[in-house]
Design a protein around this ligand. Structure first.
Ligand SMILES: [Fe+2]
Length: 196
């Protein structure tokens, strides 16, 4: 699967801010994968890293037009309109980012990663935006953590209860501060691509 083709599809289908969010989640998925791999926390039946990345990249592709009200249950249909396909395994990862709609609860690490990281990207970007420089490279883990824990109305769209489930032993088993660090450093690596 050629990442560039999917990236182009996401870019031309979604509004710019959701496109940027998609790139942010893609890189977070990669960062979480790398962390778990390094720490020997991935079992053999986890999907390959490419699947983690692609799931993040395309997870909002049906959040538009006729499919929007069914998001993320129409990922395959939305991609089909663009002459693209994904295997069921990736569709199942995508569906796990919205269990209340899809009835797919996260079970694999890849599913936990997309579930916990999805709405954290918005908080991280919002913290950068309140810095005088508006630069992601200036953002500190401690600043994100403080806004996360002590300012629930800041970036209120961030589902803090879901992000915090990164700590669940049956899920990712990553401390919240470390999880924020992984996602922040991942997004910092693509900052110029998302205008930050
Ligand atoms: Fe999303």
């Amino acid at each position: 699967m050629d990442r560039q083709i999917y990236k182009d599809a996401v870019e031309k289908t979604l509004e710019k801010n959701i496109f940027y969010h998609s790139l942010a989640l893609e890189t977070c998925m990669g960062g979480i994968y790398d962390y778990l791999k390094t720490n020997n926390q991935l079992d053999q039946n986890e999907p390959p890293k490419e699947d983690w990345l692609l799931s993040g990249l395309i997870h909002d592709i049906d959040y538009v037009g006729e499919f929007k009200e069914f998001h993320p249950n129409k990922t395959k249909e939305a991609l089909k309109k663009l002459d693209l396909e994904i295997p069921d395994s990736i569709d199942q990862i995508v569906k796990a980012h919205a269990p209340s709609i899809t009835n797919i609860n996260p079970t694999s690490k890849a599913q936990w990663a997309i579930f916990c990281a999805d709405s954290l990207t918005g908080l991280i970007v919002a913290v950068a935006m309140v810095y005088p420089s508006k630069k992601l490279s200036d953002v500190k883990v401690s600043s994100v953590l403080k806004r996360f824990l002590k300012e629930p109305r800041f970036a209120a769209g961030t589902r803090r209860d879901e992000v915090a489930q990164c700590e669940l032993p049956e899920g990712l088993n990553i401390p919240l501060e470390k999880f924020i660090e992984i996602c922040l450093t991942s997004i910092q690596q693509i900052a110029p691509e998302i205008g930050l």
